[in-house]
Write a protein that binds this ligand. Sequence first.
Ligand SMILES: Cc1cc2nc3c(=O)[nH]c(=O)nc-3n(C[C@H](O)[C@H](O)[C@H](O)COP(=O)(O)OP(=O)(O)OC[C@H]3O[C@@H](n4cnc5c(N)ncnc54)[C@H](O)[C@@H]3O)c2cc1C
Ligand code: SF4
Length: 494
Amino acid sequence: MDTVWILGDQLSRSSPVLADASPDADRILMIEADDAIAGRSFHRQRLHLVLTSMRRFAESLRDEGFEVDYRRAPTFREGLADHREAFRPGRIRATEPSSWWMHGRMEDWDVELVRSDAFLCHYDEFREWAQGRRRLVMEDFYRWQRTRFGYLMDGDEPAGGKWNFDAANREPPDRDRVEWPQPMHGDLDEVDHAVIGALPPSAFGAVPDGVWATTRKGALDRLDRFISERLPTFGPGQDAMLTGQWSMLHSLISPYLNIGLLHPHEVCDAAEAAYRSGSVPIESAEGFIRQVLGWREYVWGVYWLWMPEYADRNHLDAGRPLPPLFETGETDMHCVSDVLDAVDRHAYAHHIQRLMIVANLALIAGIDPQALTDWMRRAFVDGADWVMVPNVVGMGLYADGGMMATKPYAAGGNYINRMSDYCSGCRFDPKKRVGPDACPFTTLYWDFLDRNQEKLATNHRLSRQLGGARRLSDMPLVRERALDVLEAMDRGAL
Ligand SMILES: Cc1cc2nc3c(=O)[nH]c(=O)nc-3n(C[C@H](O)[C@H](O)[C@H](O)COP(=O)(O)OP(=O)(O)OC[C@H]3O[C@@H](n4cnc5c(N)ncnc54)[C@H](O)[C@@H]3O)c2cc1C
Ligand code: SF4
């Protein structure tokens, strides 16, 4: 008999490696590797999502008649060796893994890798698309994807007459809205409790409460609910933030896409169908499909194109260690404390919180990109190497020197004030850059431009801001205040 080895982020029954498998010819192998689970501290909800989903997936394959060797082992290598010893399989096949590191290891272990269909654009196709291009512009890739898959297309033309509705999708939050759709919750059963009870002592964050599904059915139900309740107004409110509204109108489907419980095709199909039925306006349908068909696939493509050197990039020579507030969640910066509270309670923050609060703070404070990547990978329910590395190193921290983003996503308190209600509940003043109540974001934003004048000088998209920083008459005071802010942040007193 042959073996089909399924990793924890490959829980798709329709993947090519399983579509070909049969209980008569194939045995299934699944491994819970201690070094991957307990070797570093992960958020409880991240570990629970993956381990519970794996166990349920194994059970569903047993129900189909497959023999499943579900084993716990110190490492993947040892689990595989023990399986070989116990069953002496003919071949061991597996879907190509999502991590560059694991790919190399599986090849070394003589595992036959089957081409993955988990993304609409395989990284080989992305490589072809990228060939000969001076810059890999996401918008160009996204249009190519739209055209070849026919999403939101009326013949050769984009639906609604435009490719991009970004301009309509940057609205500040609707502060008067009283009712916000609440995320779905499911009940926890004995499988959940068994996993939760055995989580390693190093795990952190709130105990799972049923918000994250661990079955395909649960993931599909949540997708349906998103399409009917949130997608109609998703677009315009995409960048908005409100205190205590941890999910706003976001879909919360990244964990399912990332572990194989949902496929990007069915997600885009659902959004397209809602648009065609008239229940969702074009700016929301386009804004959402852009995320899944454009950004997600682009990030996947650049990860495979640029690894492994990419993960270690540090263009701005940022070396500050992660300050204590990332572990304690304690800070007077209201925006940061609200986001870290959401991470603690749900292992989640929505895109603009990740980019414009967490990553922005790290960027302008000069925090080590690899330290932030590591923290985010451990703290988020949807964390994975392929998606974390480009989003943190490239998009968030500009550590790749502009390979991905055309300019750093650096912003001061005024941006956060415009896009949220955070500042009204904060002891700092977003308009001030000097003085004891100056907003740390505002101070550090100007200090960041000042500190990095030389490295950013060739970026024409930044010339206005760099010129502004050069003309600031109070720059000496800004520098002084920035030193105080950074010193307080380092000792956990900001
Ligand atoms: C610093 C930083 C770190 C991030 N880390 C992760 C991560 O570990 N895992 C992860 O899946 N996403 C990550 N993202 C991308 C994005 O923030 C999340 O996918 C999104 O917030 C997940 O929530 P949602 O499902 O409610 O998304 P929605 O806002 O509803 O968007 C829909 C879907 O689009 C996809 N998407 C949108 N933007 C991106 C992007 N930039 N990269 C990849 N997919 C995207 C996701 O699959 C998401 O589920 C990160 C972004 C930044 C800036
Ligand atoms: S004033 Fe500054 S620190 Fe406070 S919430 Fe606003 S942006 Fe955040």
